[in-house]
Design a protein around this ligand. Structure first.
Ligand SMILES: Nc1ncnc2c1ncn2[C@@H]1O[C@H](COP(=O)(O)OP(=O)(O)OP(=O)(O)O)[C@@H](O)[C@H]1O
Ligand SMILES: [Mg+2]
Length: 253
């Protein structure tokens, strides 16, 4: 199992945002993460990527205990992520955004910095991989555009590329279709499926139920921090507890 989460809990004062969650994600599969607003979805991602430390519980990734590790360590072990509010270097070109994301993962050590040839080779490698990734996410034609000038859909694609360019084994996508409409959504679904085809596992938080049902191999449903169901899309959509949690919440199955 690529990711194994046991009894994971995060408290903010008296509020239990994530409450004793167990979860397993298999390599190369898509796990949909759903639940009403405030259910604890983003908090769960923040625990997995090290932005938050758990109050209790264990997270094992690729055989290594990662709970409580710093975000950059977890990134290097192979978990990439995007944020609910897309975070880019708005004034910089796409190539530079991508290169920064790549370097954050590979980062020359002190001894590398003493060897200019090695460094030049590394620069060339970073630039090549940045371009390759822009192509993968469908932005090769905008490589020199300034990130802040892009439409929302392109920003979302760039953020996904930046999460992938460090060659993670798992990526966490927090509402990748937020603020994106119509035709653009089907393109994003296709992109997420292509990520799985690369052998990368995906955890995706998504409010659009039809989309998450169509995309995911398995779905976990959170409500008030608790896991109330986990299984195939068919299993969770027929689960009485899930139907009840969603009644009157404005969601459509
Ligand atoms: N840093 C924090 N400090 C205090 N409370 C927090 C913090 N982060 C999240 N919370 C609370 O924890 C609960 C879960 O929040 P979380 O952001 O994980 O929900 P979510 O499922 O991602 O919701 P949404 O669908 O609205 O993005 C909420 O009640 C939220 O107010
Ligand atoms: Mg959230």
């Amino acid at each position: 199992m690529l990711l194994e989460i046991k009894s994971l809990t995060k408290k903010f004062g008296g509020l239990v945002a994530v409450d004793g969650v167990d979860l397993e994600v298999e390599a190369g599969t898509i796990m949909g993460v759903v639940g009403p607003n405030g259910a604890g979805k983003t908090t769960l991602f923040n625990l997995m990527s090290g932005q938050l430390k758990p109050t209790s519980g264990k997270i094992k990734f690729d055989g290594v205990g990662i709970d409580g590790l710093k975000p950059f360590r977890i990134a290097r072990l192979g978990i990439g992520r995007t944020f609910q509010n897309t975070s880019l270097f708005d004034r910089l070109p796409l190539t530079v955004n991508m290169a920064i994301a790549r370097r954050m993962r590979t980062h020359s050590g002190f001894f590398d910095s003493l060897v200019p040839i090695r460094e030049r080779e590394e620069e060339a490698d970073v630039a090549r991989r940045a371009l390759e990734m822009l192509e993968f996410v469908g932005l090769a034609g905008n490589a020199e555009s300034i990130a802040g000038s892009l439409p929302q859909i392109a920003k979302k694609r760039l953020a996904i590329g930046m999460a992938l360019v460090g060659e993670p084994k798992l990526i966490l996508l927090d509402e990748p279709t937020g603020g994106v409409g119509g035709d653009d959504i089907s393109g994003l679904i296709e992109l997420i499926c292509q990520i799985r085809e690369r052998g990368v596992a995906v955890c995706v938080i998504e409010h659009k139920m039809r989309m998450v049902m169509g995309l995911s191999d398995r779905i976990v449903v959170l409500n008030f921090g608790r896991k109330i169901a986990c299984g195939t899309p068919e299993e969770v959509s027929e689960d009485p507890g899930v139907i009840e949690a969603y009644l009157g919440s404005g969601y459509s199955a």
